[in-house]
Structures are given as structure tokens and as C-alpha cells.
Design a protein around this ligand. Sequence first.
Ligand code: AMP
Ligand code: MG
Length: 351
Amino acid sequence: MKKRIFAALLALIVCLSTVTGCQKKLEPVKVESTTFAMDTIMSFTAYSWDERETRHLLDRLTDDLNALDKLLSVTREDSGLSRVNQSNGRPVKLEEYPGLVTPLYLALHLCEVTGGALDITAYPAVKAWGFTTGEHRVPETDELAELAKQIDYTAVSLEGDVVTLPAGMEIDLGAVAKGFAGDWLAEQARGAGVASALLDLGQSTIVAVGTKPGGSPWRIGIRDPAAEAGYFAVVELADMAMGTSGGYQRYFEQDGVTYWHILDPDTAAPARSGLASVTVVAPSAMDCDGLSTALFVMGLEEGAQFWRDHPELKFEAIFVTEDGKIYRTAGLEGSFSLAEGYEDREVTVLE
Ligand code: AMP
Ligand code: MG
């Protein structure tokens, strides 16, 4: 009898040590990929038990991304969106580009929700400032007044898969495309069973799929808009997206004045609302992308009121003013902290 108990114990010890040994080997593998799309460098990181399968998934995501770029790009002449922009007032049936219907619909919805602070018909103005070509110029006051008159997303008709733009009007999805792509890719990753991934869509649009392996949230830095590099704060994300819009991201200087790429649809000129950057945290990356652009246009007061008025959007925000003041919404309690070196900065909590 004693012998049997001893044998059983021995078997248990062998078994346990095998399991412990196996656990050591069973650490998830980190799989990474980097690609250039939508005019920026994007990088994806996923943790998985099956490296080959995950590598395959990341390759697929890169293909998806290129396909989305081919649909949504305003600068590629062969894109689905360019086809719409070249329509010269005629209705365009999107049967060749069915993938364009949803992002257009969602973008128009965000324009409406934000009362036109986001307006996807700003493209002629974006072009006039030279932001698409890099040949920057400051348009005259009269030209700006004309351009501002033409910015009006309510003139876009989208019925089923037929889109109609008044002649001369052009759509730019630059303020939301990375977010749309982020949601799309995250959905593919989750559908493939990935429980832990970080999708960095470049220019401050990021989607956290699940948590870090081990269950702790991803920690994402927010760029200090006043510094060349570095983060002033960290936000913890789990199954959540984040997007930042800021004047520092794309700009030019002329005669001592800085002109940036986020335009006020009312003036067709760079939005000067007193903000240096806005970061939005929300379940949807497209909401983060679109809302961060819109809140930058609105400014702090209006933006904070927008946050209070729209609990259904489930977003939180961090505002940095041009004079360096930091404001964050109350829902970020516990997931927002100041970064090293910024601990003494005051943060005003918006309620
Ligand atoms: P983001 O970097 O996401 O804030 O988006 C800025 C980009 O969206 C610009 O480079 C323009 O192409 C475009 N854009 C600029 N101002 C607006 C606006 N008020 N509404 C929609 N798109 C805009
Ligand atoms: Mg945006």
C-alpha cells in the first residue's frame, strides 16, 4: 500500500514538473510587422501561441490595409474616393467600390454629430493650403471665403450605394481613415482569435486588442505637443482605441506664423481654438480619429461641453492648450497618469 502511495506521489511530482516545464515553454510569441500605408508608417504587434498563423494574419491585415488605402485615399488617382471626387456633380454608384459605403456613411454621421466641426468636404481648402502636395501657400482672404462657402457635408447625398456631390466639391477622409482602418483590422484580429495585440496606425491612432499577455493593460504615451519628442502622459488601454490630433503633426511656417493641417470649416483656415492637441479614448478608433479632429476645431470649452452632451459616444478626452495647460475628462480616472518628468504639471479634471 505504502509503495503504491509513494508511486502515485512520484507520478504527481513528475507530472507537475512536466507541466511547469511546459508552462515555461508556453509563453506567447511576439509577432511584429511594419508597413507604409495612408502616408504613414504603421506597426502591428500581436502575441500568440502560433507564430506562423499570427504572421499569416498580420500579412493579411497588411493586405487589407492596402486595399482600404486604395478605396479611401484622396491623393491616389485610382482610389474609389477619387472616382467620387472626379464625378463633377453626377451620381456615382459604388458597385465597384462597395467597401467605400460604410466609411462614407460613418464619416458623414460623425460630421453631423459634431455639428460640422468635422467636415469631410474640406478637401478643396486642404488642397489650397498645399497640405496634400507639400507645396504650401497661404491663400488670400477672398479665396478662403470662397473655399469656406463650399465646405458643407450636408450637400453630400448618400443613398444606398449611390453618392452624389455638388460639382466642385471633394471629399477627404484623412481625418477618419486611419481610425476606420484600425477598427477594421482590430475586428479581423479579434475574429481570428487574437487576444493580445497593439495596432499602431501611425500619426497617433492606436487600437489595443485585449490586454498585454498576462492581463495588464497596454500603456500608451501621449506626445507632448510642445516638445520635439517625448510623452507628457500615459493612458492605460484594454480593448480600447486612442487617437490624437494636433497642430504639431503637420504644419508649415511663413513669416513667423505657423499654419497647421486641421482646418476650421467655417473659415477654411487652420483652426485656432487655443488647443495644441486633443486625444480621444473610445471603443471605436474611427470615433477617436474623427472626434479628436473635431474637438481640436471646437476648442476646450465647446469640446468639454460636447463631451458632456454625448455620453452615448462613450469617449473620454485629454486637451492640451497652446499655453501648456492639461485638461482631462473624469472618466479617465485610474487610467491616466502624467509621464516621468511631467509629474508636477497640473491636470484639471473636467466633470
Ligand atoms: P487628423 O490628423 O485626423 O486630425 O485629420 C486631419 C486631416 O483631415 C487633414 O490633414 C485634412 O486632410 C483633413 N481635415 C482638416 N481639417 C478637417 C476638418 N475640419 N474636418 C475634416 N477633415 C479635416
Ligand atoms: Mg482625426
